[in-house]
Design a binder for this molecule. Structure first.
Ligand SMILES: [Zn+2]
Length: 283
């Protein structure tokens, strides 16, 4: 499942092809993905200029000239592909239509944006730009981990008195938006905090120290162009998969990477998700 850095990488890949360009034709090849598409979606997209492409949590938001915003969620397996992008370093020629190409946007600059999603857990919706933040998917989100509203005092207050494991608390999208399983595991490793520890029992100073670590972990992954674990493809049309190197995620049974630690990375299941950690140095 794409996490925040992957979505940001997709946004950055799409932006040169979409921002400032007009959607001349929208192909909508089915009535729904995870949820039904909004009414008359193709018609409402046609003729619209994409003013700005932004991201909120794992959602890509395209603000359109007519006052609506297109929300795009990649779900588990959704991929965005750009072809014919005249601004890109490499021009990917338009591929033949493929099975699961559910939405195709033809831009007036010659670019074509294809949304392909075999498992159809992705989503698209249209909303009024002015009230986008109150959309049901966005209204429940806490602050952006890379934004100014996410700071030490926020996290300390959010975890205070919580009886749930810190792993679950950091996955709570109302506490911090867009943080997923991989980057929570990596954050807790760097912070030296066990994923099993109850959120409310961690000293405030240790909780506060997690804020810059979260930013660092996400920042590094964005820098690396996002990581890719399943069938995610880069938004620039490149089909290559690349694996980001993680300190603990996916490293069950391997030696701990912390200098001087003789521990081994373990995997446990918490709330149905795998947690990878070193019991030796994460307390
Ligand atoms: Zn260790």
């Amino acid at each position: 499942m794409p996490e925040l850095p992957e979505v940001e990488t997709v946004r950055r890949g799409l932006a040169p092809a979409m921002e400032g360009a007009v959607i001349t034709r929208a192909e909508v090849n089915r009535p729904d993905l995870r949820w039904p598409f909004p009414e008359r979606m193709a018609e409402r997209l046609t003729g619209q200029r994409v003013e700005r492409l932004r991201r909120r949590s794992k959602y890509i938001l395209a603000d359109l000239s007519g006052g609506e915003t297109l929300l795009i969620h990649l779900g588990m397996s959704g991929r965005m592909t750009v072809s014919g992008d005249p601004l890109g370093q490499f021009v990917h020629t338009h591929p033949a239509a493929q099975k699961h190409d559910h939405v195709v946007l033809h831009m007036d600059n010659g670019a074509r944006i294809t949304f392909n999603d075999p498992r159809r857990f992705g989503a698209m919706d249209l909303m009024t730009t002015a009230t986008a933040e109150s959309h049901k998917l966005l209204a429940v989100l806490g602050p952006e981990p890379l934004g100014n509203d996410f700071h030490e005092a926020h996290l300390i207050a959010a975890l205070k008195g919580r009886n749930t494991p810190v792993k679950s608390a950091l996955l709570d999208q109302g506490i911090v938006a867009g943080l997923g399983n991989i980057y929570v595991c990596e954050t807790l490793f760097r912070a030296g905090v066990s994923p099993r520890r109850k959120a409310g029992q961690i000293a405030a100073a240790r909780v506060g120290a997690m804020v810059p670590i979260i930013r660092q972990v996400l920042g590094e992954a964005i820098e690396a162009g996002g990581s890719s674990l399943r069938d995610f493809r880069q938004a620039d049309g490149e089909l290559g998969y690349f694996q980001h190197s993680f300190d603990v995620y996916g490293r069950e049974g391997e030696p701990c990477k912390r200098a001087g630690c003789i521990g081994t990375v373990q995997r446990i299941t918490q709330s149905g998700r795998s947690s990878f950690y070193c019991a030796q140095c994460q307390r």
